[in-house]
Ligand binder design. Structure first.
Ligand SMILES: Cc1cc2nc3c(=O)[nH]c(=O)nc-3n(C[C@H](O)[C@H](O)[C@H](O)COP(=O)(O)OP(=O)(O)OC[C@H]3O[C@@H](n4cnc5c(N)ncnc54)[C@H](O)[C@@H]3O)c2cc1C
Length: 463
């Protein structure tokens, strides 16, 4: 008896006509595209398509729409909340081959790129022109993926998140239509802001195929500082005081004692104690960099800093920020064979000490090994929960701690996710955060743009 053909088989057959062998169904290819970096259960797509042009994306979307086949846009797969898991199968559309830098305007300080461009690729390209793109998540990722997750990084305290950089988008909708949003002007009051609708939509509303973004001038001078404390509470309180004093820090990042122990071992940091630490960066003219460092040091000393050392040496700065960006891998290396799961709570800055110290207290009460790092200038911190994946209770306890830290963050007026997004893992908190009516409005928008529900199903919404 012949098997009944599946709708996805019709899509694959028709897509082969314009993609050739760039649409594949091999097991290892599908497995590679079945998960991101987090702890969510993998979901195997039926096929993986490597697209190269907007026209190909449009034709493929029209086919999937016609046959009601799920589509999962895929950047670098570095997202942490199960965003790219194909929970209902379908076609994973890999955008990494769409990685051209199409235009850079030094006069207007903006650029037009394809979604598969990475921040390192863009910054290498821009360096000779004295320009840079400031958003720097701690993983290799695509700028399309960053737009889709509303990402940020250590520079957000000074330059904002990806949301503040994007001027306009080209988006392929669920039925294959192609639209342009936004424009090239620095401001516009010309109707609904569709650009912001797609920023953070996690592949559930459309596929971003071009991005117009602002760029920034490389600062004249940069200095970095390391400031250590005996306890966590004063380190966080000092951060709040620096922000409230209006010192224009470019970066202010926290590592707790456990994270310092991990990073000193992993990144071979020398001359640092295994105690709570703030990493800071100041940019501007040589004199303003000095003034900012001195003003920050005075505040840190008032809060009992045990040391404050700053440098303009580029190599020392590079090593420091590499260690900060490697914090996740350092935490994961704390116990061989164990794994990390990270929270992403963000709170109003005045509540930061309560949130961070409270999170650590809950972890200690649960006898759970954790390491805390944070983009604390924004009120955002990550509690990396280190668990034994071979112990069935390990993952369960990690999720329970995650929930309790989120509950604390929400009780302080915060959010379950400052930058990683919702995916599968944070869906359960959205009604509490936004309310039933606001979620119904989000659902109406989703239904209007994706009436067949094919765009990354199972993400953001519980049902
Ligand atoms: C070690 C580590 C550190 C991290 N640090 C940070 C950090 O500091 N800040 C931060 O914000 N995040 C951080 N992340 C999370 C992750 O890097 C970001 O979420 C990143 O923006 C994801 O980009 P990606 O290209 O990997 O996207 P993917 O993981 O491939 O996809 C993410 C989501 O975007 C959708 N998507 C991808 N491309 C498109 C497109 N072109 N159009 C529409 N939808 C699309 C996908 O369907 C999915 O829902 C970190 C992750 C790791 C592993």
């Amino acid at each position: 008896m012949n098997a009944v053909p599946r709708p996805v088989d019709a899509v694959i057959a028709a897509a082969r006509e314009f993609l050739g062998d760039r649409i594949g169904t091999g097991q290892s290819l599908r497995e590679q595209h079945s998960h991101g970096e987090g702890s969510a259960a993998p979901g195997l797509p039926d096929a993986v398509a490597f697209v190269e042009t907007t026209e190909e994306v449009s034709k493929l979307m029209a086919l999937c729409h016609q046959h009601g086949v799920p589509v999962i846009p895929f950047g670098a797969g570095s997202s942490l909340e199960g965003h790219v898991c194909a929970v209902h199968g379908g076609v994973s559309i890999d955008l990494t081959k769409m990685n051209a830098i199409l235009d850079v305007s030094a006069e207007d300080m903006d650029c037009l790129i394809e979604p598969g461009v990475s921040r390192h690729q863009l910054n290498d390209y821009l360096r000779d022109q004295g320009l840079f793109f400031p958003v720097d998540p701690g993983a290799h990722c695509t700028i399309g993926g960053m737009c889709a997750t509303r990402a940020s990084g250590t520079n957000a305290v000074r330059y904002g998140t990806i949301r503040e950089q994007v001027l306009g988008l080209e988006v392929v909708l669920a039925d294959g239509r192609v639209i342009q949003t936004g424009g090239r002007t620095r401001k516009a009051a010309n109707g609904y802001d569709l650009t912001r609708l797609f920023i953070g939509s996690e592949g559930t509303l459309g596929i971003i195929t071009k991005i117009r973004m602002r760029l920034h001038g490389i600062p004249e001078a940069t200095s970095a500082a390391v400031c250590q404390f005996a306890d966590l509470q004063p380190a966080v309180e000092a951060t709040i005081a620096v922000m409230q004093a209006g010192i224009p820090v470019s970066r202010i990042e926290l590592a707790d004692a456990d994270q310092m122990r991990a990073s000193i071992a992993y990144s071979k940091l020398e001359g640092m104690a295994e105690t709570p630490t703030l990493f800071l960066e100041f940019t501007g003219s040589p004199s303003s960099v000095k003034e900012q460092a001195e003003a920050a040091e005075a505040i840190m000393r008032d809060f009992g800093a045990t040391s404050f050392a700053w440098t303009v040496d580029a190599e020392a700065r590079g090593k420091l920020w590499k260690a900060r960006h490697d914090a996740w891998w350092a935490a994961n290396a704390m116990k061989p064979g164990w794994k990390g799961m990270t929270t992403d709570v963000c709170v109003p800055i005045s509540k930061l000490a309560e949130a961070v110290v409270g999170a650590k207290k809950i972890a200690l009460e649960m006898n759970q090994l954790t390491a805390i790092v944070g983009h604390v200038g924004d009120g955002n911190f990550h509690c990396v929960i280190i668990f034994d994946p071979t112990d069935p209770k390990g993952l369960e306890q990690a999720w329970e701690l995650d929930r309790r830290i989120v509950a604390l963050g929400l009780s302080l007026g915060g959010t379950c996710s400052g930058e990683h997004g919702v995916g599968v893992g944070k869906r359960e908190f959205l009604v509490q955060e936004h309310g039933v009516e606001a979620m119904a409005v989000m659902r109406s928008l989703k239904d209007a743009l994706d009436p067949k529900g094919i765009m990354n199903p199972g993400k953001i919404f519980v049902n």
